[in-house]
Design a binder for this molecule. Structure first.
Ligand SMILES: Cc1ncc(COP(=O)(O)O)c(C=O)c1O
Length: 372
């Protein structure tokens, strides 16, 4: 059997890109929100049902989260922000870089999403000065308690920033595409994401004035006269990246369908072995498939058994962020569910031309590990 990588980004071919590149050369605009950016934003708006004044393209989801915090005026207050530890470090890092303090909460054992009951308990304990919630959509999957989170944030006048980095194309159980939640919702278009352009991201906000501020912040804090009026930076997305985004958007729906078939095949094999899958994962954009194996030692053996057969797997998000040295001092509680899920999770190869027999082979390896 040939090697099976974990991911294989799918990008437009040279021929597919050549017309777009020629357009760019003729137009002569390569950055600063030119026509390609307008086109990409229009595509995003059609996809998530919003309008251009509610979208800002940024250099990465990480910079998008930082700029959203800054534009919502919650940075530099040294206040705490609730965030799940079972996530990628980007969000907690963005908090720290904006002068905020992550207050880690646990996840729910079935959805692997931040635990709203713990969030409420921490807020109501009044032990911390909390200014916002950074709600991470685990693996980009829609949070089916989003209305409750909006309500909790509203009740305590907290800002709600939704990190949906891996979720462009994910749907809620009612079929709606995610993107318009919280005060800001942020997506990543990193090469490993389902909508991949290399590096890039988008912030969507129901508050057009917040998007205006982000547009200024990402461009050196300039006002309309190119005078710096805010503590800005450079976090713009290039026009070539936007052109790639336009082409990628055209293929996104059928590609998500393929990913969902891959997910179903994994689940059909592995669920009978006692492996657990994230609730609503089958409705998500599925940059990769993750399963929780019954016992911790199964994961270790599975990773090794796959590796010797040339198959690469990952352990997202292991360790959870509170176990990373930089964040080790910020733990609020034991976070038992995060620790348990992280100790048993395995993320499996997922890419468009992964063949059914390759999935069967991978699952056969896992089966041997789990039943012996
Ligand atoms: C939950 C989460 N947030 C943020 C990011 C960072 O995205 P980017 O690489 O676009 O900065 C990632 C990246 O995988 C992520 O998984």
């Amino acid at each position: 059997m040939n090697e099976i990588p974990f991911l294989k980004p799918s990008f437009p071919s040279r021929d597919e890109l050549s017309t777009s590149y020629q357009d760019l050369l003729e137009c002569g605009i390569f950055s600063n929100d030119g026509p390609a950016s307008t086109e990409f934003i229009e595509g995003i708006c059609n996809f998530v049902q919003t309008t251009p004044e509610h979208v800002s393209l940024v250099a990465s989801a990480t910079s998008g989260i930082e700029l959203a915090l800054q534009a919502l005026d919650i940075s530099a207050s040294r206040a705490h922000v609730l965030v799940a530890s079972f996530t990628f470090p980007a969000g907690p890092l963005a908090l720290r870089r904006q002068g905020l303090r992550p207050l880690f909460i646990d996840i729910d054992s079935e959805t692997w999403q931040p635990d709203i009951h713990e969030a409420r308990r921490v807020i109501e304990s009044r032990k911390f000065k909390i200014t916002a919630i950074l709600l991470t959509n685990t693996f980009g999957t829609a949070n089916d308690e989003i209305e409750e989170w909006e309500q909790l944030a509203g009740e305590y006048a907290l800002k709600l920033v939704v990190d949906s980095a891996a979720g462009f194309g994910s749907q809620s159980p009612s079929g709606e595409r995610i993107g318009n939640n919280g005060d800001c919702e942020i997506f990543s278009f990193h090469a490993t994401k389902t909508l991949a352009i290399g590096e890039g991201g988008a912030v969507i906000s129901k508050h057009a004035e917040v998007i205006n501020r982000i547009d200024s912040l990402k461009n050196f804090g300039f006002d309309g006269h190119r005078m710096t009026t805010l503590m800005g930076t450079n976090a713009k997305l290039s026009e070539l990246s936007c052109k790639i985004g336009v082409l990628q958007l055209e293929k996104l729906i059928p590609q998500i369908e393929v990913r969902r078939l891959i997910f179903e095949r994994y689940r059909n094999h592995l669920a009978p072995l006692g492996c657990k899958f994230q609730k609503n994962a089958g409705l998500s954009a599925l940059p990769f498939v993750s399963a929780v194996v019954p016992k911790q030692q199964h994961r270790r053996h599975a990773v090794e058994a796959l590796k010797v057969r040339g198959i690469t797997s990952r352990e997202y998000y292991n360790p959870p962020v509170h176990q990373h040295p930089f964040f080790a001092s910020e733990v609020n509680s034991g976070l038992p569910v995060s620790n348990d899920v992280a100790s048993r999770i395995i993320s499996l190869p997922t890419y468009l031309d992964l063949q059914p027999q390759q999935i069967d082979f991978i699952c056969g390896v896992l089966q041997q590990v789990v039943i012996t």
